[in-house]
Design a protein around this ligand. Structure first.
Ligand code: ADP
Length: 183
């Protein structure tokens, strides 16, 4: 299976769940910028303090901060495969990632786009109950996704890397669909 992956898709599409399962089954490192940022918030670090209020509004944390986190993580991997989940989230981040991966000599092998209708997304996020999962913030995150992150679909399609997967149905069936496009 491909070893250097990127997940794209709206909040609530199941990126985190599928990424964790896939990484477990295939020995990849799961790099979720959302999880890494939440760990900083829980630890009460300076970085976490800076990120917390931005996250709770459903806005994006600064590119430089997220990029520093990703760079440190990728640099420490020693050849293990990886799956980036929640990064890049805008065109500037994608344009910063390309030269970083070139420098590491580790190009992306596939980009998986998880697709799901807004109505289902909102329902799923409301039942999750995280700090940034109330209805107003969820709507804002969907707007931010449409404005900032969706343009990346074209960015990666043009590079011939994009694979779309329907993200409805049961968890196991979706994992199999993803494995199917990455074989
Ligand atoms: P979800 O997949 O449900 O949108 P995440 O756990 O990926 O949630 O991210 C939660 C929040 O963390 C985002 O709304 C944003 O504030 C922040 N965040 C995560 N990744 C990034 C990123 N690459 N750039 C900027 N902010 C980010």
């Amino acid at each position: 299976m491909k070893q250097r992956l990127l997940f794209l898709g709206p909040p609530g599409a199941g990126k985190g769940t599928q990424a964790a399962l896939l990484c477990d089954r295939h020995g990849l490192r799961h790099l979720s910028t959302g999880d890494l940022l939440r760990a900083e918030v829980s630890a009460g670090s300076e970085l976490g303090k800076e990120a917390e209020s931005v996250m709770n509004r459903g806005e994006l944390v600064s590119d430089s901060l997220v990029l520093a986190i990703v760079k440190a993580q990728l640099g420490a991997l020693n050849g293990q495969g990886w799956l980036l989940d929640g990064f890049p989230r805008n065109v500037a981040q994608a344009e910063a990632l390309d030269p970083l991966l070139q420098e590491l000599n580790q190009p992306i092998e596939a980009v998986v786009l998880l697709e799901l209708d807004d109505a289902v997304l909102i329902e799923r996020l409301l039942s999750r109950g995280r700090d940034d999962d109330n209805e107003a913030v969820i709507r804002n995150r969907l707007v931010v996704y449409a404005d900032k992150t969706e343009p990346l679909i074209e960015h990666y399609r043009q590079r011939g890397l994009l694979q779309s997967v329907e993200a409805n149905g049961n968890i196991e069936a979706i994992t199999e669909r993803i494995e199917g496009v990455l074989a």
